[in-house]
Design a protein around this ligand. Sequence first.
Ligand code: THU
Length: 130
Amino acid sequence: MTDDQLIQEARTAIGNAYAPYSGFSVGAALLASDGRVFTGVNVENASVGLSVCAERNAIAKAVSEGAREFEKMAIVTNSDEPTMPCGVCRQVIWEFSQDLPILIEASGGSRVATTIAELFPHPFTTYRQP
Ligand code: THU
């Protein structure tokens, strides 16, 4: 799967974002090592702190379906600027992939390519086995 195809999966998913409170829509597409793609969108709540980010929803869907090894994540937003994943999502992504390539695209098409290793160099690891 090409980068453009993975971005397109995230763009298709973003139409399902539920963001009536912030108006900020996010779509994520996660390519698993077995070739499956798991998408996620942000799902907000009237109790605003309960809102869940697109990236974590994609990870939760994948793990729920038995995928734990990942090749790449694409993230798209309805913002003019590429938007970096929040700190909570970085920790959750890192749990499953310590060097995951991440592509982030703004609404106008400007793109940033990074990795979880670059975005999250100091994870919380206290309970992890060596
Ligand atoms: N959001 C994400 O989906 N991913 C992030 O990494 C940061 C923020 C969502 C949560 C909320 O629905 C909206 O963007 C505004 O914070």
